[in-house]
Design a protein around this ligand. Structure first.
Ligand code: NAP
Length: 219
């Protein structure tokens, strides 16, 4: 696991790339407008980084992070990600993404949509509930008291272990919230979405989370 591919190099993608380079990984970053538009970020990241097309970043990555506006998830290349571990940072904002019926009626989670698109990839939800700026400032060494924790969800136990090790290197504890179908527990407007939480606090937040429809009915 030496190369991290990034599909999306905006707020979150650029920050994950910084963490990756800091921790000795090579990164291949991509966006929608073409590698030449990423020259500034590549120059900042240094010799471990290069820019490529999304197809190439997907092919090059041992782990690939999908971090695009959710409305574009169907544009994520499928074939080069076959069988690979894919980290999904995406959140649903209807005003940005348009209305997606399965998310509005909560019959699926954002990560289940990505998993359905990337049928043979091992999708793990991660990095979706931390502000981009906090990624490079909130990390602390393993064992630090009150260390910040990040939630992961996924259907593949080994993939989740790998992401947990990566997060530990990046400075965070991990709380495994279960399969992708449970990842609504850390979606927009849930208690754990945004604030700094240690592992114990985050577990409580995940347990206390409610569905949008429960909140709308006041349940
Ligand atoms: N911002 C946060 O603090 C935060 C925190 C947690 C999770 N998230 C979620 O993470 C995702 C990314 O958020 P962000 O704030 O990083 O967004 P952003 O700053 O708008 O960056 C989005 C990136 O995705 C690229 N992109 C768009 N369509 C693409 C495509 N079809 N193929 C390849 N790349 C594509 C964009 O490239 P171009 O610029 O070339 O179009 C850009 O590099 C969103 O789902 C967001 O809700 C954000």
């Amino acid at each position: 696991m030496q190369t991290i591919g990034l599909i999306g190099a905006g707020h979150i993608g650029s920050q994950v790339a910084r963490l990756a380079v800091r921790n000795g990984y090579d990164v291949v970053i991509s966006n929608s407008r073409g590698p030449e538009t990423l020259a500034g970020l590549v120059s900042e990241l240094g010799s471990r980084a290069r820019a490529a097309t999304p197809q190439e970043a997907a092919r090059a990555g041992d782990i690939v992070v999908v971090t695009v506006p959710l409305k574009n998830y169907r544009q994520v290349p499928v074939e080069p990600l076959a069988g690979k571990l894919v980290i999904d940072t995406n959140n649903y904002y209807p005003q940005r993404d348009g209305n997606i019926p399965e998310l509005d009626n909560e019959s699926a989670t954002t990560s289940e949509l990505l998993q359905a698109h990337l049928k043979t990839s091992k999708v793990v939800k991660g990095f979706n509930h931390i502000y981009a700026a906090d990624l490079t400032t909130h990390g602390q060494p393993a064992g630090t008291k009150n260390r910040r924790a990040l939630a992961i969800f996924g259907n593949d136990a080994e993939a989740k272990r790998t992401v947990s090790r990566l997060l530990d290197q990046f400075g965070f504890d991990t709380v495994d919230g279960g399969p992708l179908g449970e990842s609504w527990r850390i979606q927009r407007d849930t208690p754990g979405y945004g604030p700094r939480r240690n592992a114990e606090e985050l577990r409580k937040d995940l347990a206390a989370a409610g569905r949008y429809k429960e909140r709308a009915s006041g349940a």
